[in-house]
Design a protein around this ligand. Structure first.
Ligand SMILES: [Fe+2]
Length: 224
């Protein structure tokens, strides 16, 4: 991976972590064939809300329901998400401090048109994004579930993994791995206008940025 040069001090927390660069498993290590599912613990009082939210969010259905766990499927897999109520589960800190463990999970969509449709469908269900950003590799919308877990909906901006990885190695991405925020309603308009997807997918140059908070608060989210 490329080493950054001449990086703005604002980007100092995204400096290369030398000892991890180029790290690779030994040749022949067996790899999983699939990332199959994730399971979220919840408090019993939020169990129904969480199950309903993920069914709505994914357009899915429950394949197994019990007092101890519900499995949710939405594609060829028997379950992609599990929701498990636990009386003894420790809730997230009320002040929003990050907790150890999963940061977020991302669901991929086939096209910008699907992402726009998904955004509008979710909006009608009262599910609104908290962060909308062109990362460079992906065009992404982030949501927060009823327990405060973050999930992302995304579309790949490049046609191939090779092109994506090449972009992720560029200085442009080291200087700004966060991306450029956009307005979801403007995004929907552009997609529906017939504008070339490649133009919409191209990340605008907004200069160095290593944190979501580097931009002013997204006041538009209250209205989208
Ligand atoms: Fe992500």
């Amino acid at each position: 991976m490329a080493i950054m040069t001449g990086v703005d001090t604002k980007a100092s927390d995204h400096e290369p972590y030398e000892s991890l660069i180029g790290l690779k498993a030994p040749t022949g290590t067996i790899k999983p064939s699939n990332l199959c599912h994730f399971v979220l613990r919840t408090k019993p009082e939020n169990y129904q809300k969480m199950v309903k939210w993920y069914i709505d969010f994914t357009g899915g259905f429950a394949t197994h329901v019990a007092k101890s766990i519900t499995f949710i499927a939405y594609d060829e897999e028997h379950h992609r998400i599990g929701i498990a109520p636990r009386e003894d589960a420790i809730p997230r800190p009320a002040d929003g401090s990050p907790v150890v463990g999963l940061g977020h999970a991302a669901f991929g969509y086939k096209s910008l048109s699907e992402l726009a449709d998904s955004y509008e469908q979710k909006k009608k269900m009262g599910i609104r994004p908290v962060w909308v950003v062109n990362h460079g590799p992906t065009t992404s919308m982030y949501y927060v579930d009823p327990d405060g877990n973050m999930v992302e909906t995304q579309v790949d901006n490049f046609d191939t993994v090779e092109e994506t990885v090449a972009f992720m190695g560029k200085e442009e991405f080291h200087k700004n791995p966060m991306g450029a925020d956009f307005h979801p309603e403007e995004f929907v308009k552009r997609v529906r206008s017939g504008e070339d997807d490649r133009a919409i997918k191209k990340r605008p140059d907004v200069g160095p940025r290593t944190r979501k908070e580097d931009f002013p608060p997204q006041t538009y989210l209250a209205t989208c």
